[in-house]
Design a protein around this ligand. Structure first.
Ligand code: 5GP
Ligand code: MN
Length: 351
């Protein structure tokens, strides 16, 4: 970050600090289907506030009814989350972390709407502003980077537990420092967190080396099905509702499958589709190059970053793939896959 940007961020942090100082009850919530950045950033921010402003009633909320994803249960404080549907308080302050789009709050949207004040700390390209104070920096690799800087700005106390939550946030959102967002700020912040007591090995052990066998067997099927389109520039795979039910895996366990799809040499964009409850399909889109896949995610009713975006659409994987693949092909100027060839190519591909 340039010095001027750092100063600008410090000013914005002051606005968040002012809201925290005025509040007694504070609810912190991240996006629906929380990932490592959502869980880790929320927990870290709660501890930062409790440390710097003792006496505030701070609650970490989960936007959905699901429990904390299994691989994040090692994080300090992960057993303190409250489901938004069970939280009947009207908080003085509601802080959104890792999201800046009201609709992604799911069950917590109502709490945000009735809260007296709202702040946001996020790194997603944002929609319409609904908060009074906050930092939204799409150039930040993870919300965990912003919360780390907020911690230095406010409490200046970086406990080993705050550090561990923030390191997990940054490691997961940068794909273990492999994605295009893994910049010097992410590395510098991670270094500071390790210095403060965070354990990269513990994060890796829990997040990347603790798969259930049932998941690995399903992953093998997903791997075997990977297909490429547009002369190898698009990689695609999927999991049907039947696959998921037969394997006995939970949906959050499938979050890593898109990383298998993107591994193929020469692939520039990757798509993974999975059938979730209620006749819906959840899509993960990734770009390994400069191409921006967030526009396609938005067209599908979702959103996200240029290189990592997602959406949920109605239909089966076959139906959703038939809509999304042509959009991906259109990203390539010389569209190596004419629509007729594409249709022939993918027919019957999924079952
Ligand atoms: P994933 O594919 O891992 O679910 O999400 C990739 C990125 O896109 C994450 O930053 C996530 O927050 C964002 N994202 C995923 N689904 C949606 C969605 O439905 N709406 C919006 N606005 N962002 C999404
Ligand atoms: Mn994030």
């Amino acid at each position: 970050m340039r010095v001027s940007e750092y100063m600008e961020q410090a000013e914005l942090f002051k606005g968040v600090v002012a809201l925290i100082e005025d509040a007694n009850t504070i609810a912190i919530c991240a996006h629906t289907s929380p990932d490592g950045d959502a869980i880790g950033s929320g927990l870290a921010l709660a501890e930062v506030i409790r440390t710097a402003w003792p006496g505030k009633r701070v609650t970490n909320l989960l936007a959905d009814k699901d429990p904390v994803p299994r691989i994040y249960r090692f994080l300090p404080g992960s057993d303190t989350f409250v489901h938004a549907v069970d939280y009947d308080v009207t908080p003085d302050l509601f802080i959104c972390v890792d999201l800046s789009q009201m609709s992604r709050l799911a069950d917590a949207e109502k709490i945000c709407a009735r809260a007296h004040h709202v702040a946001v700390l996020d790194h997603h390209p944002s929609g319409e502003r609904f908060w009074e104070a906050g930092v939204v920096r799409p150039d930040a690799a993870a919300t965990g980077v912003i919360i780390s800087e907020f911690c230095l700005h406010s409490s200046r106390v970086l406990t080993p537990t705050i550090a561990q939550n923030l390191l997990c946030a940054i490691v997961t959102d940068t794909g273990r420092f492999q994605y295009q967002n893994a910049d010097s700020e992410a590395f510098e912040t991670a270094s500071m967190l390790v210095e403060a007591g965070a354990s990269p090995a513990e994060v890796a052990l829990n997040v990347y080396q603790s798969d259930r066998l049932a998941y690995v067997h399903l992953a093998a099927r997903v791997l075997a099905r990977i297909q490429t389109f547009a002369e190898g520039r698009i990689a695609y795979s999927f999991a049907t509702a039947e696959d998921i039910a037969n394997a006995g895996v939970t949906l959050d366990e499938l979050d890593g499958l898109i990383d298998l799809v993107r591994c193929i040499e020469g692939t520039q964009v990757a798509l993974f589709l999975k059938e979730v409850d209620g006749g819906k399909v959840r899509g993960n889109l990734r770009s390994k190059c400069d191409l921006d896949v967030s526009g396609i995610a938005r067209e599908m009713g979702g959103g996200g970053h240029r290189a990592a975006a997602g959406f949920t659409a109605s239909g089966t994987v076959d139906e959703v793939r038939a809509i999304v693949l042509p959009k991906l092909c259109a990203l390539f100027d010389d569209s190596a896959a004419p629509s007729s060839a594409l249709t022939a190519d993918v027919r019957g591909a999924s079952r």
